[in-house]
Design a protein around this ligand. Structure first.
Ligand SMILES: [Zn+2]
Ligand SMILES: [Zn+2]
Length: 621
């Protein structure tokens, strides 16, 4: 602990920490900033930013009658409170900041750095001429107010007068930065912050922003914690939806319309000073991003503008405690039963919400629709599209089940995408539906059904064998297999694919012979068409599945395949040869570069194959 200070100026309400130090500087009669920094922090090279980590040093040096803590300094005299409602809760509490470890402090600092880089504050110190007078009377001296330094604030919230730009640079406190108190400065080239043409709505907007900024900085901290940023995001979505700015079908934000309305709303009100927000037109970019969870924006001014656009007071939206009904926005919610007529229509009114654990914001909601479909969704919603996606189906309901059965019995192919669920879910669901059905069948019908299923199974096995993919069952096969395993296990044992294939050697030999011929033929076709001969292109020509997993059972085919498949280089040479031969036949001159061009030979191959290509051009055959 260093030497105690002989005195320390009493900080005034809303006074910038810089201002307090500047007043100390003047009263101490120090000549240079480093001297003052040495007094206050014990080191002449101290640097302070908006989250001054060195404040502990300062507090330890304060005269013992002052009751200041670093947290109190941060809360009452830095710009941090301006950002607090928009950052994660573990950083919102200045008391915990005081105790927080270096890692969190570092993250917060780097975030604040990012925010500052975007120029959230005026470049130079601003003050209100009326406050100047009033403070002189009240406190005996004027001082720099925090709430006058925010970019976008051009008027005093209290006196509704235009701020004055002192032209003194607002920078982090460091040894080379002069400490200039408002009272001691001789301003020669100040300028009014008033911009040229101020319409009435513009002035009104300024007054409102000034008031809200002052409130954020000075009054938001009545010991109550604002809503979590995620909840805030979620509330914005609610307002977007209320304004019809969310597409009912896809759940995404209607960006064009949003931008148009924002423009209309803020038309003629915007000073170009808030350059990052408005430079003649609103950039769709930030407006769109602002409402996306992955681009969560910490710039408070943008939040204020968005809130005003929605017609809500910051206090109202930030401190609304009614969170329980909101993680999923307001109902009714869309029905996600893909086969119902009201799919994606907001018809679901029944939603019960459970909190995942008490200390997180994660919740889980169960939504029940009149059509019998029930789904579960995890929240809170981070984007509007969340509304149209479920995490789990709790109950499918009769309507859905009947449709699934219908598609299954009609041999419909892509059932999963029609029903809007993964294939594995279809298999599970069908298995249990078929079991329910089977359990209720009278004996004679059961025997009929079993006959049908056995028949289906055999047909399927034959088909699979023809395609040489005995091991691969599709989802229908899986459903069938599950049924047979349960209701006809002995027969199934005898008739599962291995057993179906009575004479596998004979079978594979036949396939091999046939395929080998086809591969040879396909290669010829490809060569005539001037196409590359590859496994892939052969496969396409013969239109029969050339499953490379089974090539070990097809020695003849493999042999033919190896002999006909071309490398890129071989294919290139073949093309060049053919083109050259063609020119020769027509008696035309052979232009190498033209041929290379016509043959679309890549420069890499042309380079690798240079000697071979040259020899072709020398004596084309
Ligand atoms: Zn004022
Ligand atoms: Zn429904």
């Amino acid at each position: 602990m260093g030497r105690k200070l002989a005195f320390f100026p009493n900080p005034y309400p809303d006074e910038l920490l810089y201002s307090v130090f500047a007043r100390y500087h003047v009263r101490s009669c120090n000549i240079s900033t480093p001297q003052t920094l040495e007094d206050l922090f014990g080191s002449p090279s101290t640097t302070l930013d908006d989250l001054p980590s060195r404040l502990t040093d300062l507090v330890s040096r304060l005269p013992s009658q002052t009751a200041f803590t670093p947290a109190k300094f941060i809360q009452e005299h830095t710009m941090l409170p301006y950002y607090q409602p928009f950052i994660a809760p573990e950083w919102q509490d200045a008391e915990s900041l005081d105790a927080c470890d270096d890692k969190i402090r570092f993250r917060l600092k780097s975030m604040l750095y990012k925010i500052r880089k975007r120029k959230d504050l005026h470049q130079t110190l601003h003050y209100c001429p009326k406050c100047f007078e009033v403070d002189e009377i009240t406190y005996g001296e004027p001082y720099w107010h925090r709430s006058h330094q925010v970019l976008g604030v051009l008027r005093c919230h209290q006196h509704k007068s235009w701020l004055i730009n002192s032209k003194i640079k607002l920078k982090p406190i460091r040894p080379r930065q002069p400490l200039i108190s408002l009272g001691s400065s001789r301003f020669s080239n100040t300028a009014s912050a008033r911009s040229n043409c101020n319409t009435e709505p513009e002035v009104k907007l300024h007054d409102l922003l000034a008031k809200q900024v002052h409130w954020l900085i000075n009054e938001n901290y009545s010991g109550d914690v604002p809503c979590h940023p995620t909840i805030l995001q979620n509330r914005y979505l609610y307002y977007l939806e209320k304004m019809g700015l969310i597409c009912r079908d896809t759940g995404s934000i209607l960006n064009g319309e949003l931008q148009r309305r924002f423009e209309i709303f803020y038309r003629d009100q915007f000073p170009t000073d808030i350059g990052y927000v408005y430079d003649g037109s609103f950039s769709t970019n930030w407006l769109t991003r602002f409402f996306l969870p992955e681009y969560r924006d910490h710039r408070p001014m943008i939040h204020l503008l968005a809130m005003r656009f929605f017609g809500i007071d910051p206090k109202e939206i930030l401190w609304d405690k009614n969170e329980t009904a909101e993680p999923f926005g307001k109902g009714p919610w869309p029905c996600l039963n893909k086969v119902s007529e009201h799919y994606l229509q907001p018809v679901v009114k029944d939603c019960s919400i459970t909190k995942a654990t008490s200390n997180t914001n994660l919740v889980s909601g169960t939504f029940r629709c009149g059509c019998g479909f029930e789904y579960e969704r995890h929240g809170p919603d981070l984007s509007a599209t969340n509304r149209t996606r479920f995490n789990k189906i709790v109950k499918t309901g009769d309507l859905w089940d009947k449709e699934l059965m219908k598609l299954y019995l009609n041999d419909y192919g892509d059932v999963a995408s029609v029903m809007g669920v993964p294939q594995s879910f279809i298999v599970e669901k069908l298995t249990s539906l078929l079991e329910n059905k089977t359990n209720k069948l009278p004996v004679d019908v059961f025997i009929e059904t079993r006959k049908l299923y056995r028949n289906n199974w055999q047909k399927m096995c034959e088909k699979l064998l023809r395609r040489q993919s005995v091991e691969v069952l599709d989802w229908r096969g899986e459903v069938l297999q599950r049924w047979l395993e349960k209701y006809d296990p002995e027969w199934f044992q005898e008739n599962c694919p291995g057993a179906v294939m009575k004479e596998p050697h004979m079978y594979w030999a036949q396939v091999d012979e046939k395929l080998a011929k086809m591969v040879g033929f396909a290669a010829e076709v490809l060569k005539q068409k001037m196409q590359k001969v590859s496994k892939y292109s052969i496969d396409k020509v013969i239109d029969e599945w050339l499953n490379t997993n089974y090539l070990y059972r097809l020695p003849l085919t493999q042999q033919v395949l190896t002999s006909v498949v071309e490398s890129n280089e071989e294919f290139a040479l073949r093309k060049i040869n053919a083109l050259a031969a063609d020119l020769l036949e027509r008696g035309e001159p052979i232009d190498p570069s033209e041929i290379l061009n016509a043959a679309t030979i890549s420069s890499r191959i042309a380079c690798n194959m240079a000697p071979e290509i040259k020899s072709i051009f020398r004596n084309p055959n």
